[in-house]
Design a protein around this ligand. Structure first.
Ligand SMILES: Nc1ncnc2c1ncn2[C@@H]1O[C@H](COP(=O)(O)OP(=O)(O)O)[C@@H](O)[C@H]1O
Ligand SMILES: [Mg+2]
Length: 265
């Protein structure tokens, strides 16, 4: 479903600030794979997701989504293949638009141009059904402005919007990190539900090592622009966070000293 071969990304090439964020990365995901991504700050996790989404061009390598080589394609040309949720609940939705307008916009993402964005009776019924999945009562607030919603409600709505157009790959970049623990847990449960319902292929960045091991079927750890660990089931099933940290230490010959990763435990 997703194939990355030798993906390299250099920021500020040729300047004193040159930074090789991805060092020729290889990664293959089968349909239905749910991969959690961990790694310290600056490891290249977001750059990996941005490269897949086409937020910027890459400097070498190849990216194939569902047999389609998207390497040179701008982000809007791959929008239909990809759903994304970022850390910031404000980023995925338009505050001044209503819930149903946001959903209508999301539903035509990546589809042929000229498709009407309007909301009709049939669509409204469909949106209500989708929203009831969230269990937040938003199905009765279709014409409320999204700006009225809480962070958790907005992030749940963003998740729905990211998947409503049936993307091939769902990219989640610390999408619960800005939420309080209880709300974060609700959004995690919702994530699981939506992924199963749509049989999605997922890459999820998290700084919570327990969550990384408990969700999905595979965990990769990044460090300095490289994948240093790639752990799949069944081996992953019995792993603890300590095992994970030990493995990292063995591999890198150093302790994983990261503020956020260690604090998150
Ligand atoms: N737009 C950018 N311009 C310059 N440097 C960047 C940019 N985005 C990321 N970087 C750098 O690339 C490296 C990887 O960043 P990032 O992928 O955001 O790390 P992570 O998400 O794992 O914390 C970091 O050193 C970061 O400073
Ligand atoms: Mg990041």
């Amino acid at each position: 479903m997703l194939r990355l071969k030798g993906v390299r990304k250099v920021f500020n090439q040729g300047t004193i600030n040159e930074n090789i964020a991805l060092k020729g990365l290889d990664l293959e995901l089968a349909t239905g794979d749910f991969v959690t991504i961990i790694g310290s700050n600056g490891a290249g996790k977001s750059t990996l997701l941005n490269s897949i989404a086409g937020s910027f061009g890459i400097d070498a390598g190849k990216i194939v989504i569902d047999e389609l080589d998207v390497t040179g394609k701008p982000d809007y040309k791959r929008a239909g293949l990809i759903g994304r949720v970022f850390q910031d609940p404000l980023q995925g939705t338009a505050a001044s638009m209503t819930i149903e307008e946001n959903l209508a916009m999301a539903a035509v993402r990546g589809k042929k141009r000229g498709l009407k964005i309007g909301v009709n009776k049939e669509r409204r019924a469909e949106f209500k059904e989708y929203l009831s999945l969230l269990g937040l009562g938003l199905e009765d607030r279709l014409t409320d402005k999204v700006g009225l919603l809480s962070g958790g409600q907005r992030q749940s709505l963003t998740l729905l919007m990211a998947t409503i157009a049936k993307p091939k790959v769902l990219l989640l970049d610390e999408h619960t990190a800005a939420l309080d623990p209880k709300t974060a847990e609700q959004v995690i449960q919702l994530t699981k539900k939506i992924v199963v319902k749509n049989n999605l292929t997922v890459l999820m960045v998290t700084h919570d090592l327990n969550q990384a091991l408990n969700m999905g079927n595979r965990t990769i750890m990044m460090d300095s622009g490289e994948i240093v660990l790639d752990i799949k089931n069944p081996a992953r099933k019995h792993m603890t966070v300590d095992d994970l940290l030990d493995k990292f230490a063995q591999k890198k010959g150093k302790e994983l000293m990261n503020d956020r990763i260690l604090l998150a435990q």
